[in-house]
Design a protein around this ligand. Structure first.
Ligand SMILES: [Zn+2]
Length: 187
């Protein structure tokens, strides 16, 4: 096989794999503080729990990285948690930010933490839904997790309010995710 053919195959393979994942910003990419938390015991995760941060939205890489640092500081310094609570956060810049990531148990929805991926969209979505970039990135992140066996292919998706007494992920966004694939109305 010629080198050019090998390169073509490698390129196609990479494209197929990456097509299922959004643009991902790892912890170093947003300036996370280091933290150690337990491995997620139930993998692939059978549940996906959707959140909003109930804070300020962001649509640039710099603003979203700043929001991630703010959320982590709040969770660690005010709540006394080991790390940012969410497994992943998504910004209206269309990027997915690694929180505890695929492999570590989150602190986001009691009763579901050991069996779910907690994904938040950065912002407050009571009266409006996240923009198209954030919605696409969130759904792409879930597909990415399924493709890589971090999330069960038969997963169920819920909003945080279905697990705890909270308005999260906001009325507007909750109504939106009720139309998403694998939404479970009666968890
Ligand atoms: Zn929440």
């Amino acid at each position: 096989m010629k080198l050019i053919e090998v390169l073509a195959i490698v390129l196609v393979s990479l494209t197929v794999v990456s097509a299922q994942c959004p643009r991902i910003i790892n912890r170093a990419g947003w300036g996370a503080r280091s933290a150690s938390t337990a491995v997620l015991p139930n993998r692939p995760a059978p549940w996906v729990v959707i959140h909003h941060t109930a804070g300020t939205a962001c649509s640039t890489d710099a603003a979203c990285a700043q929001q991630m640092r703010n959320i982590q500081a709040f969770h660690m310094d005010s709540n006394g948690w080991a790390d940012i609570g969410y497994n992943w956060c998504v910004g209206e810049n269309g990027a997915a930010y690694e929180g505890r990531g695929w492999g570590r148990q989150g602190a986001h929805a009691p009763g579901y933490n050991d069996r779910s991926m907690g994904i938040c969209v950065i912002g407050t979505f009571t009266n409006s839904i996240p923009n198209q970039a954030a919605r696409t990135a969130t759904q792409s992140l879930i597909s990415c997790g399924v493709s890589n066996n971090h999330i069960s292919s038969s997963y169920w998706l819920i909003g945080h309010r279905q697990a705890s007494a909270t308005a999260c992920p906001g009325d507007a966004f909750f109504n939106e995710i009720r139309n998403w694939s694998r939404f479970n109305p009666n968890p």
